[in-house]
Design a protein around this ligand. Sequence first.
Ligand code: R5P
Length: 313
Amino acid sequence: MAGQLVLIGGPANRPLAEASARALGVPLAACEVARFPDGEIHVEVHESVRNADVYLLQPTSPPIESHLFQLLLLADACRRGGAERVTAVVPYFGYARQDRRASGREAVGARVVADAMGGVHIDRVVAVDLHTPALEGVFPMPLEQLTAVPRLAEALGPDAEREVVVAPDAGAIKLAERWARRLELPHAAVHKTRIGGGEVQTRGLAGEVRGCRPLVVDDMISTGGTIAGAIAAVLEAGAIPDVVVAVTHALFVGSAGERLRKLPIACTFVTDTVGAEPPPGLNVRTVSVAPLLADAVSRLHEGRSLGDVILHV
Ligand code: R5P
C-alpha cells in the first residue's frame, strides 16, 4: 500500500469534495487557494503530505482555466512537499471535446491539458464519463475512467419506464448502447452537425421512435443545444412528447435553461461532477458521484482492482 491517504479538495466543487471525504471517512486536508493582487493564483497545503498518497479532487469546470491552474499548482505544491504519489481526481475534464483537429490549424486542447498535468508530475488521473474513452491516448500517465451511468440509472426509478434510448449525436451512440443494454430497450441515434459553439443542426435519425417515450442520454449538457436538437428530431419522427434526459455533466451554460424549459422534458437527471446550479423552472434531479469517487480512491489507495467502477468500453 502507498503512504498515508491524503484527500485535498480544490475550490472548484467544494460540496462534492466534502461529500467524497465523508463517503471515504477521511477529513479534507487544509489548503489555501487565493489570488495575489495582480491576479496570480497562489496555493498552499497546510498539512504534511510527505510520503503521502495524495488525491486532489478538482473538476476543471468553468471557469476552466482558473480551475485547471489551481489543480496544477496544488499538484506542484504536493510534489514539492514530498508526496509519494499524486492522483488528480477530475470528475469533469474540461477541454475533453477538443480531442482532435477539424481543420489544420486548431489546437488539440485535451492533449495540451493532459501534458500540463504530466508536466507537474501528476502520476494518475481519474475522470468520470469522459467525452470519449479514446481520450486515454492523450494522457502521458495512466487514466482511470469511471462511469456514473449505473448511479444515474438507479436514480431513474419509475422514469426508467421508457420505450427507447436516444443518442443525440454519433458520439453518444456507445453511451446509448450501454444504457439500452442496462434498461433492455432499443436505441436510436440522431444525426447532428454542430454549426457553432451553441448551435446544432439535426437531420433525421436512425432507429424507430414513433409512439415511444424517449430517454435521451449524453455525456453533458452545456448550452443545451444538442439535447434540444435531439428532442426536436425525435418529436418530428413521432415520439411521444414525454422525454426524460440523463447526462453526467451538467454545465448549463448561457441560455441552456431557457432552451430546455420550452421542451416536453419530464425530468433531467444529472450528477454533481460540475456543481453548477440547475436553471430555475427545469425539473432537475442531481445524483451525487461522491460514493463512486470515494470507492475508486479507496480501491486505488489500497491497491485493489477498480472492477466494476471503471468504464468497460
Ligand atoms: C458533444 O459531442 C457532446 O457529447 C455533447 O453532446 C455536447 O457537447 C453538449 O453541448 P451543448 O449542450 O452545448 O450542445
